[in-house]
Design a protein around this ligand. Sequence first.
Ligand code: FAQ
Length: 322
Amino acid sequence: MSMQLPDHENTFQHKIDVEIKVEPKDWMPEAYRKTLVRQISQHAHSEIVGMLPEGNWISRAPSLKRKAILIAKVQDEAGHGLYLYSACETLGTTREETINDLHSAKAKYSSIFNYPTLTWADMGAVGWLVDGAAILNQVMLCRTSYGPYARAMVRICKEESFHQRQGFDILLTLSRGTAVQKEMCQDAINRWWWPSLMMFGPKDSESTNTDQSMKWKIKRKTNDELRQQFVDMCAEQVRILNMILPDKDLKWNATTQHYDFGEIEWNEFWNVVKGNGPCNKQRLEARRKAHEEGEWVREAAAAYAEKRKTKPQTPKGALAAA
Ligand code: FAQ
């Protein structure tokens, strides 16, 4: 016997089925709201924590041009975090609650940002692989069913494709350099490849949220579909770099028309997700410290907003006319 959904849930599902976006004031099932708050806040935290591994190299970029590009990229990520925190607020959670959940380690963020950035080549590998994985995931999220999330994604994707290209460009330069530079390039690819595959989440068979999120069109592709798309893309792009992906099982499968690839170390993934990766503690410490040190900025902004509420506003154009 199939479960009968209450009328408003049927109407909601119908709206999703016919591709009408859900907007903040629309009725939505509590579980839909909860899933979105979970996913969007994790996504926002990932952008903000994701600034740390790259921020580590701003002062050591090898040229003024590389430094300017890296600063712009890290700044973009702060912006992405802010759009996403705002999208989350439209669902009725406060920014404070969301950020407290990150600082108390209650909320997750992407496993990938718990790995260290050891050499300049890591800036290339992060751009090519990590941003590359992020884009594939985010392109599908441009069509997610919740309006504010989908619209934030459109802008984020435009910026993200610049991020991926700058990473590939760093690796391409190194791959055409000295023997030591080539070695750095391969070493960074070796260290970032498997953690990048883990970014897509557990296998579909182990994924607790995928089925429902696909029905609600929050997700438009499953973890395994996106991971396969990523492998197929990178297996071709790595040839341009004259490098290899560190997987002896990687090979083209003429029957499936996809690349086969080796088994992911799922123990490592869950260990990192549970807070025991190489940099988890360091990342949370850095975020907590930044929040504490930013207290005076938040106080000043709140005091200024309060002052503007009570003080009569100067009419528009008055200053220009004076
Ligand atoms: N790390 O049932 P599923 C970026 C958790 S942005 C940690 O499959 P779901 C930009 C998952 O939360 C990167 N935890 O979950 C950038 C769930 O736990 P929960 C972030 C993970 O949500 C680049 C449990 O495992 N992108 O990189 C991970 O349906 C460079 C079961 O998993 C997004 O957040 C993981 N990798 O699918 C910035 C995109 N994977 O919450 C700076 C939006 C899974 O039930 C530098 N998010 N878990 O306790 C999504 O598309 C989805 O949330 C997935 C996971 C696909 C990540």
